[in-house]
Design a protein. Structure first.
Length: 67
């Protein structure tokens, strides 16, 4: 999270300014997390935004909620 915020590593996050955590889910098993990630990555942007709005309608940075 800190590397994203400080853009410490050159890559997608530093190039596109993705430095806020808007959505996260907790899974008991890593395979379930991977399945969910692959499914969500296949969605249209509008569907992803709808998912974010279900738990974070104001698009607040949720980083502090994780740590």
């Amino acid at each position: 999270m800190e590397q994203h915020k400080t853009k410490a590593v050159s890559g997608f996050s530093s190039k596109y300014g993705t430095d806020r955590l808007l959505f996260f889910e907790v899974f008991e098993h890593p395979i379930d997390a991977l399945r969910a990630e692959k499914m969500i990555k296949g969605w249209r942007r509008s569907k992803k935004l709808d998912l974010i709005r279900t738990i974070n309608p104001t698009f607040r940075d949720l980083t502090e909620d994780v740590f």
